[in-house]
Design a protein around this ligand. Sequence first.
Ligand SMILES: [Zn+2]
Length: 284
Amino acid sequence: MEEWFQGLTSTNPQVARWPTLESRVVPATQHLLRLLRAGGVTATFFVLGAVADQHPALIEAIAAEGHEIGVHGYHHRFVYTLTPAAFDEELGRSTEAVMRITGAQPLGHRAPYFSVNAATPWAFERMAAHGLVYDSSVFPTRNMLYGFPGAPRLPYRVPGHNLWELPASTVRWAGRTWPMAGGFYVRALPYGVIRAALRRLQRAGEPAILYVHPWELDLGQRYSQVTARERVTHYWGRAGLAAKLEQMFDEFSFTTLRTLVAHLEQTAQPMASLSPVAEGRWAS
Ligand SMILES: [Zn+2]
């Protein structure tokens, strides 16, 4: 959960310019909350620290509806561009911002742009040090912006740390791993394809871990200085998204990631068995 200009990669680094860009996160999030309420869905909101500091009442309203509040860094930086110390500061500032509002220690973290990958082996240790018990930042396939091909597809305990990783969902089809985990994919793909992918996960007993941004539901944005790539990744297929979510919430049940972790702890069964190669990579 972030402002549209914090998510856009062109305006994200222009922090000094952020106050001059139109804030739209409150109405966009209220739209998402209405869809969730109508569908009887509880979700995890990974809140950007900068948004929490600007809009504490919005965070309170989300928590009051039974949703989980997790952290999403403070300035929405790609984790693999940060030093371990800078990542530590992002985590510290964002967990403190959330705790000032909810009074509770956030349990979960999602990296901006799913940017935890092979280049950030130090990230899990820093998360555990800030009291987090799970991370959901690994995207186990490649797309235009990010990805960690070869990473485990299913939830697992991070070797050497008391932390779960809950990767964004992918489906195995025709011998390949395909992304489908929400946001861009739900906007771009016909609903029938999303439904078939979710059913495929259900049949395999695998959780569907999906994301959506409030700004993806905001059809009223007037900013046009976006790059050709952003026109696709941030704007394509927005008009149909709310109807797809309504249908999805009608046909499937969802819950918070905190609940998924409690379930995994109970069954004490990581879903992905790490191959020796993957273990070596994660342990290093
Ligand atoms: Zn984000």
